[in-house]
Design a protein around this ligand. Structure first.
Ligand code: ZN
Length: 339
């Protein structure tokens, strides 16, 4: 517990520093769209799955890429999901945290929010409605000589959490996750409109990690920018000099862009992210000869940051401590909940 508190103090200082140094960035932010759990949260749950499930005893109907449906165990499915979602070089506790988030997400999908895309199957490998998944043959191709080592590592990371899922008010939570955040995770309400008590903005030490492509830029010509904006907001006034097009930004509590004034119209960060296929709403817009939009982090930013989880694991956090960090107030299915 002391470790958590000391760490939180450190993070606060880190965040204060960041809020100063991030000025150049205009925002400490991030968001994601990588994994399936980027789907819209649905209505409140009404069914409680039985406690005490074991992965080896839980069978899923899995829709394969060739269109066939086969039974696989939760253990096999989660290994494929974790292998797809995280670099195999991640710390074991980060992989275990991912396994619990993926199991929780799967249980919620099976019992509470079944996918309409494939009524005869519980899950598929398409991350736009389920979670990313790689088969063992794909793992072999991806990992080459390290296949045996990495497969054993991920199997062990999943098995260490066997059957455990995250709960809130006795229900499996909506365990969304994302790749990386710029200092703070995002509140679910800022992305989807609906608030979840366990999906609130918390500090995350992603800056401790060497994250590939953490900062990305998208450049578009002035004409293309203008056309894109006008396609959404015909009332935007982009008739003047280009340096007058982009005005002030506002930021939400996580440092992500809430809105940017463009041609006299307030556009949301989410709208800009979608329009220009940005990796996050932690963004700045600069107008010069072209329009350059810079984004930090990757994903919607809600729930667990995968790279943040890896940083926490390096700080000595267990998988339970990692999950408690990102899913505020959530409990574990194998622990007695206080009322
Ligand atoms: Zn699916």
């Amino acid at each position: 517990m002391r470790k958590m508190i000391l760490y939180a103090v450190g993070l606060t200082l880190f965040a204060m520093l960041l809020s100063v140094t991030a000025g150049a960035f205009a925002a400490r932010t991030d968001a994601d769209t990588s994994p399936a759990p980027s789907e819209q949260p649905a209505a409140s749950p009404s069914v409680t799955p039985p406690l005490g499930l074991l992965d080896s005893a839980t069978t899923l109907r899995f829709l394969d890429r060739d269109g066939t449906i086969r039974d696989i165990t939760m253990a096999e499915y989660l290994v494929g999901v974790v292998a797809a979602e995280c670099p195999a070089g991640f710390e074991t506790n980060a992989l275990s945290a991912q396994a619990v988030a993926a199991r929780t997400y799967t249980l919620r999908q099976m019992r509470i929010e079944p996918r309409t895309e494939h009524p005869d199957a519980d899950v598929c490998g398409d991350f736009t409605h389920c979670q990313a998944f790689v088969s063992e043959s794909d793992m072999r191709a991806n990992w080459g000589a390290r296949y045996d080592e990495y497969l054993a590592k991920i199997r062990a990371a999943v098995a260490a959490t066997d059957g455990v899922y995250l709960t809130y008010a006795s229900q499996p939570i909506l365990a969304v996750f994302h790749s990386s955040s710029n200092g703070w995770t995002e509140d679910a309400a800022a992305v989807w409109g609906g608030a979840f008590p366990y999906l609130v903005s918390v500090p995350t030490p992603d800056a401790d990690e060497d994250i590939p492509n953490f900062t990305t830029t998208v450049s578009v010509t002035l004409d293309d920018f203008k056309a894109a904006i006008l396609s959404r907001h015909a009332d935007a006034d982009l008739t003047g000099a280009s340096e007058t097009w982009v005005g002030a930004s506002t930021f939400d509590a996580s440092g992500r862009v809430a809105s940017v004034m463009i041609g006299g119209v307030a556009m949301s960060g989410l709208e800009l992210r979608e329009l220009f296929e940005l990796r996050s709403t932690s963004l700045t817009v600069e107008v010069g000869d072209d329009v350059t939009i810079t984004a930090a982090g990757y994903g919607h930013g809600v729930g667990m940051s995968q790279y943040g989880a890896n940083a926490l694991a390096k700080h000595g956090f267990t998988w339970r401590e990692i999950l408690e960090t990102y899913y505020t107030g959530a409990g574990f299915s194998d622990e007695v909940q206080s009322a």
